[in-house]
Design a protein around this ligand. Structure first.
Ligand code: NI
Length: 400
């Protein structure tokens, strides 16, 4: 292992990573529209003479071939898209988003900068790399169907024969110099649903001549919450959230229709499907009893992020060498947020982990998708070094 060497290279390229991250932060682009971001990444990879593949319209893959020719293929993945959100940033004034209503409030700018730093490190150590490294700059993590899914569907990675894939996400809950990781389920399946309750509109003063969809929607919201508490094994983590309700136009009108959209978080497709059926049954029962109508639509999201045991051991070992064993935080419980990294894990062994990026001094204290989300850039020293060191770890023989 080249831990010391890799660490000193991560220090050497630290300023560059900061600059790259700030450039990307200033110029965010939403999912599937990452055209300038992609061009920028390609320019940076070209400076290193790294070969570039473009299996999707946006995003790209840097193909770094080691001098030790073997058929090992290690994939490192960063996501590159921003969110449709208006940024607020006392701590980011210098590099605040120049694109109205779009901002890197999930840290994907830092993931991209970190992987470009890793590219620099690996390029210097090319003589010692055994096999090929794929540097995946993936578009559209934030929006269904998901760039991870689309990339897997092209068959590109299967053709390359990926042996293992690693990905990370910045985490405000840990400090730079720490990582969070666990074997098995790490992040939930996020499925979506849409409900329409269609009643009969009229004057607010004559409710008896109408079928009020607002009252029915209120009943539905409350009843849907009993699914998690009454129909699911209490030891199984489940969340059902209705995130948006819209209906009505004025204080004295009963509207025709109320729309609701929401998300279901689980760790199995079976549970997600069961919940979806329960929601529809509840809505059907409530609307039928009031002579109203409904529509219900279930949109399957990403699978759950589920870390491969042996590859998780590799990350834990590498990280322990870089930051010390006590800074490798083994998470006890999975979290209910979703990640399209899960699609890669359907195809290949893989590990996703959290890179500590929280810090009071730069206001990196807000959760993901908060308009003030920020990362402590110190995290690059650990993140880039760790991603690079994973490339040098032996793989289990016969895939285990
Ligand atoms: Ni994210």
């Amino acid at each position: 292992m080249h831990t010391k060497k890799i660490q000193s290279l991560a220090e050497r390229y630290f300023d560059e990573m900061v600059q790259v991250r700030r450039h990307l932060h200033r110029h965010p682009e939403v999912s599937y529209q990452e055209f300038e971001t992609t061009e920028y990444i390609i320019e940076r990879l070209r400076e290193l003479d790294i070969e570039i593949d473009r299996p999707l319209e946006t995003g790209c893959v840097g193909v770094l071939k080691g001098d030790q020719a073997s058929d090992r293929v290690i994939a490192l993945r960063a996501d590159i898209d921003a969110l449709a959100i208006q940024e607020v940033g006392e701590h980011k004034q210098e590099f605040i988003s120049q694109n109205e209503g779009v901002a890197h409030c999930c840290g994907h700018d830092s993931h991209t900068a970190n992987l470009l730093g890793t590219a620099h490190i690996l390029n210097e150590l090319k003589g010692e790399i055994d096999g090929t490294v794929l540097l995946i700059f993936q578009p559209a993590e934030e929006k269904l169907p998901g760039g991870g899914r689309l990339l897997c569907e092209t068959g590109y990675l299967q053709e390359k024969g990926v042996d293992v894939i690693y990905g990370l996400h910045s985490s405000p809950f840990l400090k730079p110099g720490q990582i969070g990781i666990k074997k098995g389920p790490l992040m939930a399946r996020p499925d979506e649903f849409n409900i329409e309750i269609i009643g009969k509109g009229g004057h607010a003063a004559s409710p008896h001549e109408t079928v009020d969809p607002v009252v029915l929607a209120a009943q539905a919201v409350t009843s849907i919450q009993t699914i998690a508490s009454r129909n699911i094994d209490p030891s199984e983590p489940v969340v059902i959230t209705i995130g948006k309700i819209s209906g009505g136009t004025a204080h004295n009108i009963i509207p025709e229709k109320v729309e609701m959209i929401g998300t279901i978080r689980t760790f199995s497709q079976k549970t997600a499907q069961f919940i979806s059926q329960r929601i529809e049954k509840i809505v059907k029962g409530i609307t039928e009893s009031a002579d109203a109508n409904y529509t219900f639509k279930f949109d399957p999201g990403y699978p759950a992020v589920d870390n491969t045991d042996w590859a998780t051991d590799i990350v834990i070992e590498s990280a322990s060498e870089i930051i010390g064993k006590d800074q490798v935080k083994i998470l006890e419980k999975p979290i209910m947020a979703g990640e399209d990294f899960a699609f890669y894990q359907q195809e290949f062994p893989g590990v996703f982990f959290f890179l500590g990026s929280g810090g009071d001094s730069v206001g990196a204290v807000h959760p993901w998708h908060h308009p003030r989300y920020n990362v402590d850039e110190e995290c690059f020293k650990t993140g880039a070094a760790l991603m690079a060191s994973l490339v040098f770890q032996p793989l289990p023989s016969n895939g285990e």
